[in-house]
Design a protein around this ligand. Structure first.
Ligand SMILES: C[S@@+](CC[C@H](N)C(=O)[O-])C[C@H]1O[C@@H](n2cnc3c(N)ncnc32)[C@H](O)[C@@H]1O
Length: 284
């Protein structure tokens, strides 16, 4: 598509290469109405990256948003996507975003991973488990393809509006994560909250005002089509909300509500390690 050309696809407006650069800058600033969510998720994935090594499998890679964070730590980064979600639900998006095409190495289903047991040193999934009706089944597959001693890395949401409907099944707590991870024979090393009560409220308020005052249409998948002018006028107000709650989150240590969790778990060398590992560091 030529530079400067504009095309609307669902909630995404594509404005050519220059527009993408401006969007990339805006995404990293409070002028992004989802900045509080985005920045905390990004920070928690940055903390996961040094745990990765060797050959890594990213289940539900989508547009490979964290490729550059993990690639320095691994010898190979394999991105797996599930064709029914990426191709059926978002065909137009797929057509216009070259980045999306380059991100997927293997098409397959997380419920039946097309790899031999013990093939990977690291397996990860970010914001995927809530979209699977049987997260234990996918975790069992991730555990199977992991070599003994390898690491499983995951992030999941806790406080987040429904999205990608109807495929939004769960929100997770530290206890459910520990239960699920142990249930597939992995030893949880850390389960950490991302953000806290304050940042979660700020993120929610920003989204609430954006949806209440800036949307012109609600879509069946839970997303909204924004009114260009109303949503642009709202941006400074949403930025103020987010900056206020960002600073509030610096002086709060209440994580009984947070934005989500990140998990580091290890595949034990021997089954006895799983039961002996009840000294899990479930930090919250
Ligand atoms: C919210 S997106 C997260 C994408 C990406 N990991 C990220 O952090 O931005 C959820 C992803 O899970 C993928 N997914 C859904 N069902 C799946 C399945 N059965 N196997 C593998 N991936 C699946 C979707 O295609 C989608 O890319």
């Amino acid at each position: 598509m030529p530079l400067g050309e504009t095309k609307r696809v669902g909630v995404v407006v594509y404005r050519g290469a220059r527009g993408q650069k401006i969007n990339a800058w805006r995404k990293r600033s409070p002028l992004n109405p989802y900045w509080l969510d985005w920045s905390h998720l990004r920070q928690s994935v940055e903390r996961l990256a040094p745990h990765a090594s060797g050959v890594l499998l990213d289940v539900g890679v989508s547009e490979r948003p964290y490729g550059e964070l993990f690639e320095p730590h691994v010898t190979r980064y394999v991105g797996l996507e599930y064709p029914p979600s990426i191709l059926d639900k978002q065909p137009d998006l797929w057509n216009i975003l070259d980045r999306a095409k380059r991100s997927v190495d293997v098409f397959g289903d997380g419920n039946e991973l097309p790899f031999l047991s013990g093939s990977f040193d690291t397996v990860m999934c970010t914001e995927v488990l809530e979209h699977l009706p049987q997260p234990d089944r996918v975790l069992a597959e991730m555990s199977r393809v992991l070599r003994p001693g390898g690491k499983m890395l995951a992030t999941v949401p806790f406080s987040q509006p429904l999205h990608e409907l109807p495929s939004d099944y769960y929100r997770f707590t530290p206890s459910s994560l520990e239960y699920l991870v142990r249930g597939v024979g992995l030893v949880p090393e850390t389960i950490e909250p991302r953000g806290n009560f304050a940042s979660a409220q700020g993120a929610m308020l920003s989204q609430f005002f954006l949806r209440a005052l800036g949307a012109k249409k609600r879509q069946s998948d839970g997303s909204v089509i924004l009114s260009r002018w109303r949503s642009t006028l709202l941006l400074p107000f949403l930025a103020m909300i987010q900056v206020f709650f960002h600073w509030a989150s610096k002086v709060s240590n209440d994580t009984t509500v947070c934005q989500g969790y990140s998990v580091v778990a290890r595949k034990p060398h021997a089954a006895s390690e799983v039961s002996a590992g009840s000294e899990t560091a479930a930090a919250s």
